[in-house]
Design a protein around this ligand. Structure first.
Ligand code: COA
Length: 162
């Protein structure tokens, strides 16, 4: 348990019933990253986002943790979604942060840091010594956040519209 500005933040494993709140929290970020042109694209991406989330939740090599204030355990304040993977050529196992979010209005209160702390504990508990993630290059706030936690640039993921 972490005590933060007037709140007692705890982290627990997510349950299927948490999925709607997690999806809702993540939607704006997904749309920001998608960089869409029209309302039609937006509706289409929202629909796919929902379907993909539900599929993720049924994958066994994954773990989702959520953060909540002990005074209001029903309100989810953030989540981290992890997946176990292994390096393509060496087979060395690692954990990957598929997704992370702190609820708007509750950012800069240490929730993301507490969730990533739990993610690091989980990573070690699976026998891995590395935690990796991908972040959109336009998401400067998240990049600052990860750097502050000690993450360093390793690979460059490139894209070209064809
Ligand atoms: C990125 C995110 C999860 C960080 O969570 P958070 O709870 O707000 O972060 P914390 O309060 O734990 O921040 C810890 C430290 O990271 C750094 N940091 C966090 N957000 C920052 C920001 N917007 N700008 C600069 N530094 C930031 C600060 O050093 C901060 O410590 P400080 O507040 O004492 O200065 C949150 O901003 C978020 O949900 N963003 C939208 C979703 C997203 O982009 N997710 C990442 C997908 S890859």
């Amino acid at each position: 348990m972490t005590v933060l500005v007037g709140m007692k933040i705890s982290i627990r494993e997510a349950r299927a019933g948490d999925l709607p709140a997690i999806k809702e929290m993540d939607r704006d970020v997904v749309l920001f990253v998608a960089g869409l042109d029209s309302a039609k694209d937006l509706a289409e991406v929202s629909k796919r986002h929902e379907e993909i989330f539900e599929r993720w939740f049924s994958i066994s090599e994954q773990k989702v943790f959520i953060a909540f204030d002990e005074a209001k355990p029903e309100a989810i304040l953030g989540f981290v979604w992890l997946i176990n993977n292994s390096e393509q050529f060496t087979g060395i196992p690692y954990c990957f942060v598929m997704d992370l979010g702190a609820r708007e209005g509750h950012r800069r209160q240490g929730i993301g840091k507490a969730l990533m702390g739990r993610a690091m504990e989980y990573t070690k508990s699976t026998g891995c010594d590395r935690l990796k993630l991908m972040v959109n290059a336009r998401n400067k706030n998240a990049i600052r956040f990860y750097r502050q936690l000690g993450f360093e640039l390793e690979d460059l993921y490139m894209k070209k519209k064809v």
